[in-house]
Design a protein around this ligand. Sequence first.
Ligand code: FEO
Length: 399
Amino acid sequence: MPAITVKPGIYWIGINDRLTDLFEGIWPITQAGVSYNSYLVVDEKKALIDLAKDTQESSFIGQFEDVLDPADLDYIVLNHMEPDHTGAVNLLYRLAPNATLICTEKAKGMLQTFFGISDRIRVVGDGETISLGNKSLRFFAVPFVHWPETMVTYEPTERVLFSCDAFGGYGALRGAIFDDEYTDMDFYIREALRYYVNIVARFSGPVLRAIDKLGSLDIDVVAPSHGLVWRKDPNKIVSLYQQWAQYATSPGDPGVTLIYGSMYGKTEEMMNAVAEGVAKVGIPLEIFDAARTHSSYILPSLWTKNGVIVGAPTYETSLFPPVAQVLEMAAHKRIRKRRAAYFGSYGWSGGAKRDCAKITEPLEWEWVETFEFQGRPTHEDLHKAEEMGERFARLVAQK
Ligand code: FEO
């Protein structure tokens, strides 16, 4: 895509990545894609804010040259050192011999360890400003949004916040980069939530502190380094991030995430009965087959809902591994204080129920219902399962 004017003298030169299958080597983005948004601020001095992955270097340089010759660059601002934003730094460093790299003290060390760069670096402190002529850039440390070295950059004359990972989302941009041009906001917000829970959720405390810290700024445009640029309603994405971050310490909204796995259909048969019971109560219910669904897509439901029902057989005296992996990822993301129920079949010895409790022990999940059966569920078992689903749904509906 050609460069796009965000504000007078400020240009988006982002890259759409539809070739990477797994973001961070973990999270599927084959269908959604992702963008790496960089911005050029052109005044008497010229600054580039954030870069792109090294796999997209040639596209990135092409975008850049649409606006100016890299040799004319005075500053390269590195808000965050993760290589989705810095992969192209060695190339830019060579193409822009007059440019100084701007970053935090912690990022300076990472420039050496990740890229072998130790010269032409200017460390900026929290609140420090660099003049570009009429425009200027002000830097605010936002540690752990997403890494400890991270900062954001604010341009006060045009009131643009370059927020890097904060307020970003999955989704390659579909021609339109601005919120007011985007025609499928439901899709974007769903992907932004998935990005939040996959990438940022563990750092929800720092996210809330950053929102509080930046709250006094007069912001016309939120320009993150992934996803949409918010110029019509910049407060919308900030409010969503605030709401999502608060789930880290709240038990979630009334609703049920039903995660199941089934080897020969017995637990799946039971799952349908449980779901029937939940559905009678009319609260939100999402059902995931853990063996066929990446945890990336299950985590947003776990993050936002207060109830979890796990249906899984015992596999070699342990919890069915695909279900165990989802619970382990929930533990890694610190999805705490949920109400939970377990059901599942076993052939000759149990073990699945014990593992559910063990994996989620640090998360303080309250296991309020359990239903194990041997072999296949009987007609009576299916009735009991339906009653269990309904009982559990009524409990979580109370919040
Ligand atoms: Fe988009 Fe933490 O990098």
